[in-house]
Design a protein around this ligand. Structure first.
Ligand code: PMP
Length: 401
């Protein structure tokens, strides 16, 4: 009989020649456990998903409760089901009042796709503008607005009428004109290596979109749901998007995403054509029940209040001559090294010898990704930092000062 590892390599489609190949049997809180009982501290939350930790008891309870009632019943938007309806209201209550209408999807990418279509339909325009080094997903629409030519080249032609501006460059805002249907940016860029909006960049972007009648889409698929210390990252920058995107951390470990807008924008999906965006599984009741529990955990366990202090605790300890700096916002952090050649063996050593799971970024390979569950304790942060510093010292041959 083949082992799961052999089956994975033989029958599961591979997307690189160097998958992590770590086998996990169960997970709890910030820890993942291998079949041999070894444990790994998860410092990346499955790439920004496990914001409330793995298998949070309240999330499990909500899932169980829904399992006892019904699973899938019908395609999107026909039957009244309490989990999506209640989740939509709870999301609305975390938002400025105008963002009152939620379309549920299966993933972040699908939220991007729906939002791009909505913007074209609502404005009657075709041009879409993204940012360099942005990641929005791997389907052809989301890939079109993604800002990496090397990711896109082999799949062209993609969407026509797409342009890219440089994130944080106010002078590029002139690219946005009366032809533009929408500008899509991540409030804090994730895969670019955690790039935080500088000064009043987002406010100026917001103003420019408003002035020319383009919709502003903020992608908070990675930076939302508490990751940066506020429920939504945009709260920290004095702007409100026309369309907000969420996924990943939203489901507490279950697959779900959403795009959120004003009702008068969203209602354009009702005509020309009717059923302007469809999904079979979007708003799945079990995922929605898990998402509502996740939202409540963030609010009722006061997770946001601890984020800044936990981030500061990482930043204080992660000092070493090989570390060039730590960037980020809240618990979305990038630890910068000289190069991938230095960073990669540190990541490998931390995993193999310290039991600490980290990563780099799609479009920034000299920086280590830190995005632990927001539930991580001070003791776990101290343990993680000591382990990471041992890995850095081992690989560079230089002890932490
Ligand atoms: N937008 C951003 C900012 C992301 O980080 C991601 C996933 N890394 C996506 C969109 C795509 O989300 P998903 O993988 O759920 O389709």
């Amino acid at each position: 009989m083949l082992t799961p590892r052999q089956l994975f390599l033989r029958h599961q489609a591979q997307t690189s020649d160097f998958p992590l190949l770590l086998e996990i049997e169960r997970a709890e809180g910030v820890w993942m456990y291998g079949p041999d009982g070894r444990r790994y501290l998860d410092l990346i939350s499955g790439i920004g998903v496990s914001n409330v930790g793995h298998r949070h008891p309240r999330v499990l309870q909500a899932i169980q409760h829904q399992l006892d009632k019904y699973l899938h019943l019908m395609v999107y938007g026909e039957l009244v089901q309490a989990p999506p309806a209640e989740l939509a209201q709870a999301l609305h209550h975390t938002l400025p009042p105008e963002l009152d209408n939620v379309y549920f999807t299966n993933s972040g990418t699908e939220a991007v796709e729906g939002a791009l279509k909505l913007a074209k339909r609502h404005t009657g325009r075709t041009e879409l503008i993204g940012a360099h080094n942005a990641y929005h997903g791997s389907t052809q629409g989301a890939l079109s607005v993604t800002g990496s030519e090397s990711f896109k080249r082999s799949f062209r032609p993609l969407l026509p009428d797409v342009r890219h501006l440089r994130y944080n460059h106010v002078e590029d805002l002139a690219l946005i004109t009366g032809r533009t249907a929408a500008v899509i940016v991540e409030t804090v860029q994730g895969e670019a290596g955690v790039r935080v909006p500088a000064g009043d960049y987002l406010r100026q972007l917001r103003r420019r979109c408003h002035d020319v009648g383009a919709l502003l889409i903020l992608d908070e698929i990675q930076c939302g749901f508490g990751r940066t210390g506020t429920f939504w990252a945009f709260e920290q920058f004095g702007v409100v998007p026309d369309i907000l995107l969420t996924a990943k951390g939203m489901g507490g470990g279950m697959p779900i995403g959403a795009f959120i807008a004003r009702q008068d924008i969203m209602q354009d999906f009702k005509s020309d054509p009717i059923l302007g965006h469809l999904t079979t599984f979007g708003g799945h009741p079990v995922s929605c029940a898990a998402a509502l529990a996740t939202l409540r955990v963030i609010q009722e366990e006061n997770l946001l209040a601890g984020v800044a202090e936990k981030a500061a605790r990482f930043r204080r300890q992660l000092r070493h001559p090989a570390i060039r700096g730590v960037r980020g916002l809240g618990l979305l952090l990038a630890v910068e090294f000289e190069s991938f050649a230095v960073l990669k063996p540190i990541i490998d050593h931390a995993l193999a010898h310290e039991g600490v799971l980290t990563d780099w970024f799609l479009f920034c390979d000299n920086s280590l990704r830190l995005a632990p569950p927001l539930t991580i304790t001070d003791a776990e942060i101290d343990w993680a930092c000591a382990a990471l510093l041992r890995a850095v010292a081992h690989v560079t041959g230089t002890p932490a000062g």
